[in-house]
Each structure stands twice: as structure tokens, then as C-alpha cells.
Design a protein around this ligand. Structure first.
Ligand SMILES: Cc1cc2nc3c(=O)[nH]c(=O)nc-3n(C[C@H](O)[C@H](O)[C@H](O)COP(=O)(O)OP(=O)(O)OC[C@H]3O[C@@H](n4cnc5c(N)ncnc54)[C@H](O)[C@@H]3O)c2cc1C
Length: 199
């Protein structure tokens, strides 16, 4: 199921608790495995229980409280596939939930390169610091390799400005990582997963 559909169903039924997931692309399973959300709130907090398949080992049910949830982190094993999730949400007032979701969507559209081809935030925010601000402070806004460019709107996004290959995106990531390490002494860690490239 798409996460957007779950969020929409919650709104239609006047259930609060998934507002932090509004505007995040992908599926519910993907969101649970990454513990998607914002820096301070995430989907795992609303999970009551899960059914996962661990290939070769079979099905397993977890209570939400048995799992460690955190900023883009869960204690689920890398081979565990989320098949089902039950959410515990709070009864709320539909108009208030809708307003909260609209506000979040507006802020997202103002601060992120909406409508552009990106993979979302590239690096995790280190502690209380913002990866976007660190990258910008190194003068890397607009830095480009091939068709991949550090977004002019938010420096923690890489935009495909035309014909970018995965290698272009990774080259931008590596340059950004190395510059921020050299100039700010911060070892940025990717939020995105790299397939086919050494991390
Ligand atoms: C424009 C943009 C904005 C974004 N903004 C945010 C944001 O604000 N907050 C945030 O947290 N994320 C954000 N993201 C990232 C987004 O959350 C992830 O791309 C999405 O959650 C991944 O879900 P997916 O279904 O596309 O999974 P995939 O990209 O297909 O997979 C992602 C990971 O999840 C695993 N996975 C997928 N499905 C399952 C499953 N059923 N069971 C177990 N593991 C699974 C995959 O193996 C992989 O490791 C953004 C992405 C984009 C492009």
C-alpha cells in the first residue's frame, strides 16, 4: 500500500498520528523499514504490531514496542520483509488533522525542490546540526557533476537536471561528503542506500 493512501485513509476517518508522514513518497513497508518521518517524529511510533517474513525462517509477529524505532532507524533485520502492519491512532477532529497536514505540505513545498527528480534527503542530519546548512556553508549549492546537481532550493537534495546517471549522483555525494569533512570536520552519513556502489 502506498503511504500516501494510508495517510489519506487516516484523514478521511479522522484519525490523528500519521501527520508526520504526509508528502513522503513510497510504500508503507518501505516507510516502516526506514522509520520514515521527520527528524523528530516517525511512523514507528504509531505501529501497534507487524507481521514480517524472514526468508528461510518464516513469519514472525512483533509488537510495535518490541522494535527499536529512531531517526531513519529500526531494529528490524535487513532480511525481514514487512507484510502487514496495524496502527494505533487517536480519534481526532478531521478539520484539525487536515489543517496540520496542509501546513506540513506547504512547508515541505517551500523548503524542498518540489516536483523535481530527487531521491529525497541525501545525508542524515548529524545530531542537532542540519546537513543542508553544512553543505551550503561549504559553498556547494549548485555543485554539479553531469546531470546531478546539489539543489539550489535545499542543499541536502540532489536534483537530476537532465540525464543524470547514478554515477553522477554518487560523484556529487562523494564530493559533498569530502568537502564537508575537510572544511567542517563533519563525517556526513548517507540517508539513502547505495546499490551497486561501495558506500
Ligand atoms: C522527494 C522525496 C522526499 C522524501 N521525504 C522524506 C521525508 O520527509 N522523510 C523520510 O523519512 N523519507 C523521505 N523520503 C524517502 C522515502 O521515505 C523513501 O524513499 C521511502 O520511504 C522508501 O519507500 P519505498 O516503498 O519507495 O521503498 P524502496 O525505496 O523500494 O526501499 C527502501 C528500503 O526499504 C526496504 N523495503 C521496501 N519495502 C519493504 C518492506 N515491505 N519490508 C521491508 N523492507 C522494505 C528496501 O529493501 C530498501 O532497503 C523522501 C523521498 C523523496 C523521493
Amino acid at each position: 500500500m502506498l503511504l500516501a493512501r494510508l495517510v489519506n485513509e487516516a484523514l478521511k476517518s479522522s484519525f490523528a498520528g500519521l501527520e508526520c508522514c504526509v508528502g513522503i513518497p513510497g510504500t508503507v513497508g518501505g516507510a516502516i523499514s526506514m522509520d520514515a518521518g521527520t527528524r523528530h517524529e516517525w511512523i514507528g511510533r504509531a505501529v501497534r504490531d507487524l507481521v514480517v517474513l524472514d526468508p528461510g525462517r518464516g513469519l514472525r509477529r512483533y509488537e510495535g514496542s518490541e522494535i527499536e524505532w529512531g531517526y531513519r532507524h529500526t531494529s528490524l533485520g535487513p532480511s525481514e520483509i514487512v507484510l502487514e502492519a496495524t496502527f494505533e491512532l487517536e480519534s481526532g477532529v478531521k478539520e484539525a488533522i487536515g489543517r496540520e497536514m496542509d501546513d506540513r505540505l506547504r512547508r515541505r513545498r517551500q523548503s524542498q525542490p518540489a516536483g523535481k527528480a530527487t531521491c529525497g534527503s541525501v545525508f542524515r542530519n548529524p545530531g542537532d546540526r542540519s546537513s543542508g546548512e553544512l553543505i551550503e556553508s561549504c559553498g556547494l549549492k549548485g555543485f554539479r557533476v553531469g546531470g546531478a546537481q546539489v539543489s539550489e532550493v535545499h542543499s541536502n537534495f540532489i536534483v537530476n537536471v537532465g540525464g543524470a546517471s547514478a554515477a553522477d549522483v554518487v560523484a556529487v555525494m562523494r564530493h559533498v561528503h569530502d568537502e564537508v569533512l575537510a572544511r567542517q570536520g563533519v563525517d556526513l552519513q548517507p540517508e539513502v542506500k547505495l546499490l551497486g556502489f561501495a558506500s
